[in-house]
Ligand binder design. Structure first.
Ligand SMILES: [Zn+2]
Length: 124
């Protein structure tokens, strides 16, 4: 949608510029001052169009920046997750209790997610 607006504005700028050139040379026959006035009017008409075009370019640049930052954020999220998969191999060495468990050797009640007794160190 914004790019369509930009194209339309761009076409209008080109048309205005062509009109300005033809206007300048057309009025040049009537006198140099008249040609200058014609050119000044054309520039005054062209200025808002150029401003819109520049603003649209700015908006596009900002959109690109926002997209980049969003991707960067997502990439960081992905980079921050590896520590979790890294923890899995160490846990896989022995069996890990899903819930709290009582040690068969010493009777100590151990927390969930532990693979060794807190008191005597024997495996779950
Ligand atoms: Zn124990």
């Amino acid at each position: 949608m914004k790019s369509v607006l930009k194209i339309i504005t761009g076409i209008l700028i080109i048309v205005e510029a062509v009109v300005a050139i033809f206007g300048f040379f057309g009025t040049l026959a009537q006198g140099f001052m008249a040609a200058l006035i014609s050119l000044a009017i054309s520039i005054a008409l062209l200025a808002p169009l150029v401003a819109i075009w520049l603003l649209l370019s700015e908006v596009e640049a900002l959109e690109v920046k926002v997209n980049y930052l969003e991707n960067e954020h997502r990439r960081k999220d992905i980079l921050e997750t590896p520590p979790v998969p890294n923890e899995i191999p160490t846990a896989q060495k022995g069996r890990t209790a899903i819930t709290s468990w009582t040690c068969a050797k010493c009777g100590t009640v151990n927390k969930a997610n532990t693979s060794n007794c807190e008191n005597c160190g024997s495996a779950y």
